[in-house]
Write a protein of this length. Structure first.
Length: 367
């Protein structure tokens, strides 16, 4: 007796096995980075450094956002932390034992206003964010937002400075303009995100806005001007470096204490997105050759800095060189991005052909 064959069943079994093998073998494929490039920040750059630039080395993409488009950044990770816009020299002070925002006015915080300052060479490090960018572990600025509303105080917020509106002379830099005034704020947890209460100092009522977290980004940004979200940083896996004005800390020689100071021409790396950087310093006159000869096998994985965004910082340039403000020719940097790709970076200039600052140029190559 002939045996009949069920071809439909064979086909079903074949495709079941085939698709099963595919599902087992398929994994996300990382796209290799581009071959490298020379990037010059010309478009939307200017001597006042009005814009922040977000740079992704793998794609070569550069995006920019005006420094005044945002005021606060709300962390989208597991913790509940809030960042100040340090490019505007903002500062903040807790109003002790006060949780009613409508009870605060310019008279009740008169003495605190004298303290909540930045870049004035006083002992003011506690009123600004820790400039290393490790928002989760910082002990200055705004305290972690508690799940207990009674522990979330009102804060006095110094809004810092506007962007300078004049025309700087060649070789000079003017980052800050007129004062932006004051706000009072109180921040609470709301579901899985935040609720911000805010008002001008002498207002007797306040506004509120709900801010949800988005884990594709390091932060959700908020603007008091618009009363809503501001689109600032790219997704956390889509940028490596930021060129910006920045509130850093420096040693006050009068008392040997840290004091906040405004820095132009700062390059930060995206530590919250998993980017690491380290510096390579060579003998004088050997920087270019060392950079060209540096290969992937030369990378030292133990040197990557992943807990301080200022590894490049202001270290790539000097303001007191032979030609005034200029780049260090004996330094270059090694970067590991969030996908594990390696790049080498060498800065070529910090001024344009007319000697204006705010127009940096650097070259980079994947390793």
């Amino acid at each position: 007796m002939k045996k009949s064959i069920n071809f439909s069943l064979i086909i079903i079994i074949f495709f079941s096995v085939f698709t099963s093998c595919i599902s087992e073998d398929v994994s996300p494929v990382k796209i290799p980075p581009i071959e490298g490039s020379v990037i010059t920040l010309n478009e939307k750059a200017d001597p006042t450094e009005a814009n922040q630039f977000w740079i992704d080395l793998s794609s070569g993409d550069v995006t920019s956002t005006h420094r005044e488009l945002w005021d606060l950044g709300f962390y989208s990770g597991d913790e509940f932390r809030v960042m100040l816009n340090s490019s505007l020299v903002m500062s903040v002070g807790k109003i002790e034992n006060v949780t009613n925002i409508d009870a605060v006015n310019s008279q009740t915080v008169k003495n605190l206003k004298d303290l909540v300052q930045a870049a004035n060479f006083t002992d003011n490090a506690q009123y600004v964010d820790n400039p290393n960018g490790d928002i989760v572990n910082q002990t200055t600025g705004i305290s972690p937002i508690s799940s207990d509303d009674n522990l979330n105080n009102v804060y006095l917020l110094n809004m810092g400075h506007k962007v300078h509106e004049g025309s700087p002379s060649p070789g000079t830099i003017y980052n800050i303009g007129d004062l932006r005034g004051w706000k009072k704020i109180r921040i609470l947890r709301y579901a899985l995100g935040y609720k911000i209460q805010y008002a001008d100092l002498d207002e007797t009522s306040h506004k509120e806005f709900i801010i949800s977290k988005d884990t594709e980004y390091n932060y959700r940004f908020f603007s008091f001007t618009t009363g809503t979200y501001a689109n600032i940083q790219p997704k956390k896996k889509e940028w490596d470096l930021c060129y910006t004005v920045f509130t850093n800390l420096t040693l006050n020689p009068a008392n040997n204490l840290d004091t906040s100071y405004i820095y132009p021409d700062i390059v930060l790396h995206n530590i919250l997105g998993g980017v690491g950087v380290y510096e390579v310093t060579t003998a004088a006159g050997q920087g270019e050759a060392a950079y060209n000869n540096f290969k992937k096998d030369d990378v030292d994985g133990s040197k990557f800095v992943i807990n301080d965004q200022r590894t490049i910082g202001s270290n790539w340039r000097t303001t007191t060189g032979t030609n005034g403000a200029e780049v260090y020719s004996n330094k270059f940097y090694v970067l590991r991005d969030s996908d594990g790709f390696f790049f080498k970076i060498r800065f070529l200039r910090m001024k344009d052909d007319q000697n204006y600052r705010g127009f940096p140029q650097f070259e980079y190559k994947p390793l």
